[in-house]
Design a protein around this ligand. Structure first.
Ligand SMILES: C[S@@+](CC[C@H](N)C(=O)[O-])C[C@H]1O[C@@H](n2cnc3c(N)ncnc32)[C@H](O)[C@@H]1O
Length: 189
């Protein structure tokens, strides 16, 4: 968790500096594109790694929205809409019931976590059948390296690595819970 405690104060400024602002803008464009592909209105939404909540305004509100982060100073800065509930927890051990979330968003978080397969399984298991998850991954390269300026180690993943991992997670979960279908619930940015 380390530097996220300290970063809470400067993260907002960091996200506005060139070229970080361009990376952020690209992620938001992709996020809004993917959200537009979700035709059914999500009722329960889980945002993982909410941070200071910069992406919240782009997400649907639903009947209930859970904002989850393991850094309480970061989450304390996030705006809270009337139906929002803030939870301090680690995303690789989600304190969320199985099959109850219609939409999971996990934006700018996976790259800071080594255990991506565990993260994707955790996300998949809390989704309702037919629910959606939007997860961003950072590919290896100089742009991803910029994230280390925040002082946190990053674990990039190539596109083929993402596909392989998602297929693996889905298969594994299907074996655990036969009621899941193999429809592509993951929208990968
Ligand atoms: C780069 S910020 C992204 C914030 C927000 N999603 C956005 O797009 O603006 C990453 C956030 O993920 C949180 N985070 C990183 N690893 C986490 C973990 N294992 N469990 C929960 N939160 C985590 C950090 O505390 C930080 O607030």
């Amino acid at each position: 968790m380390g530097t996220w405690q300290i970063l809470a104060r400067i993260y907002f400024l960091f996200s506005k500096i060139f070229p970080v602002n361009l990376i952020y803008k690209k992620a938001i464009n992709k996020l809004t594109d993917l959200l537009a592909q979700i035709t059914n209105e999500p009722v329960i939404i889980l945002d993982i790694g909410t941070g200071i909540g910069e992406t919240l305004k782009y997400l649907p509100v639903g009947e209930k929205r859970i904002l989850l982060d393991f850094s309480s100073p970061m989450l304390a800065h996030a705006p809270k809409f009337p139906n929002d509930q803030k939870i301090i927890a680690d995303c690789i051990n989600l304190p969320v019931k199985k099959n109850c979330i219609d939409l999971v968003t996990c934006i700018g978080v996976s790259e800071y976590n080594k255990k991506k397969a565990v993260l994707s399984r955790e996300i998949y298991s809390c989704l309702t059948p037919g629910g959606y998850a939007i997860i961003t991954f950072s590919p290896p390269g100089i742009i991803s390296k910029l994230r280390t300026l925040l002082g946190e180690q990053i674990y990039p993943l190539s596109n083929s690595g993402v596909n392989e991992m998602m297929t693996g997670s889905v298969k594994k979960l299907k074996a655990i819970n036969g009621s899941f279908t193999l429809q592509p619930s993951f929208l990968v940015a």
